[in-house]
Design a binder for this molecule. Structure first.
Ligand code: HEM
Length: 292
């Protein structure tokens, strides 16, 4: 490749990395605000609020478009980053004999590829924990609670009832039927033994998240999965923080946005962002672990 073509393709890669990276920063702010509900709204009310929020996020058409843009940005940012790393390595296969990297660049800038890879490993693990289960499996139970009923169910006067999004069929008014008369299929609650849809429920993602980060979450052989998961999240947020520390301001440079007054402000904002956002994310699993 000629020198100028090399520089051009490398500039284009940096440009797209900057755009996708800044979009992902916006995603982080939205995701953080949604997840902070896990701390600020607790108990039964917290469960209802979070599950209704999760339902909205997975069913609203505009949010769905944003979600696909997020997946695309993660993949594009990662692939472009790897390509840029390989391209730079090929251009300079042997390190300069007397290079002193610490004198020329900060630690995050030299380790951006490694930090990015660790963030990608975190995202893959994280999405398989919650997002995959929520979207593609029936492992997440429907939101249910116990309520006193006027009927007697064997030796208890309490029955498990489902919190429903909407009712299709009701004989007894607005209170959902007990599980003895209904069965769950996906998001639908069916009248047992029939094809009649009784209602449609919310997936109980709140309980799944709380159970994951709980002290009681242990494997059969006694490995403290909840504790290890919490440590993994905190470690990953530290990695994300270093990645953003360099990445945020560098994105503006890659887009060619240099200004004597605004560039120092962007740098300061980027550093505050890279500490505050991952810091608040890290508090969530620690809080959930401690209260479990
Ligand atoms: C530490 C606190 C965090 C918690 C408790 C949390 C929780 C969740 C949950 C419950 C979901 C599933 C939502 C659904 O499918 O409706 C989800 C999805 C997701 N999370 Fe997180 N998350 C955290 C941090 C992060 C971070 C730091 C990143 C990125 C670096 C991230 C990236 C994602 C992505 C890309 C999705 C899929 C989003 C979509 O489908 O639109 N999460 N998260």
């Amino acid at each position: 490749m000629s020198n100028s073509a090399f520089i051009k393709s490398s500039i284009a890669k940096k440009y797209w990395m900057a755009l996708t990276g800044l979009f992902l920063c916006l995603f982080l702010v939205g995701h953080l605000l949604g997840n902070l509900q896990l701390i600020f709204s607790t108990g039964e009310e917290g469960r209802r609020v979070f599950n209704e929020y999760a339902y909205f996020m997975t069913h609203n058409p505009a949010i769905k478009v944003l979600s696909y843009l997020t997946y695309f940005s993660i993949l594009f940012h990662a692939i472009d980053g790897i390509a840029l790393f390989v391209q730079n390595k090929k251009a300079r296969p042997v390190a300069y004999a007397y290079s002193k990297p610490s004198a020329n660049s900060s630690i995050p800038s030299r380790y951006m590829a490694l930090l990015g890879t660790l963030v990608l490993v975190f995202i893959a693990t994280h999405m398989s924990n919650f997002w995959w289960k929520m979207k593609y499996t029936e492992e997440i139970p429907l939101h249910s609670y116990f309520a006193k009923t006027d009927k007697d169910f064997g030796d208890t006067t309490y029955a498990k009832v489902f919190e429903t999004k909407e009712f299709y069929y009701s004989q007894t008014g607005p209170i959902p039927k007990d599980t003895a008369a209904t069965t769950v299929k996906g998001l639908d609650i069916m009248v047992k033994g029939t094809n009649l849809k009784y209602g449609s429920g919310f997936k109980d993602l709140h309980t799944v998240v709380l159970q994951y980060f709980s002290k009681q979450n242990k494997s059969e052989s006694g490995i403290p999965v909840g504790l290890l998961g919490t440590i993994f999240y905190v470690f990953s947020m530290a990695v994300l923080s270093f990645h953003l520390w360099h990445g945020f301001a560098s994105a503006f440079q890659s887009l060619g946005l240099n200004h004597p007054t605004y560039t120092p402000l962007i740098k300061t904002f980027g550093r505050a962002f890279s500490v505050v956002v991952p810091g608040l994310f890290a508090i969530i699993p620690v809080f959930l672990y401690l209260i479990s």
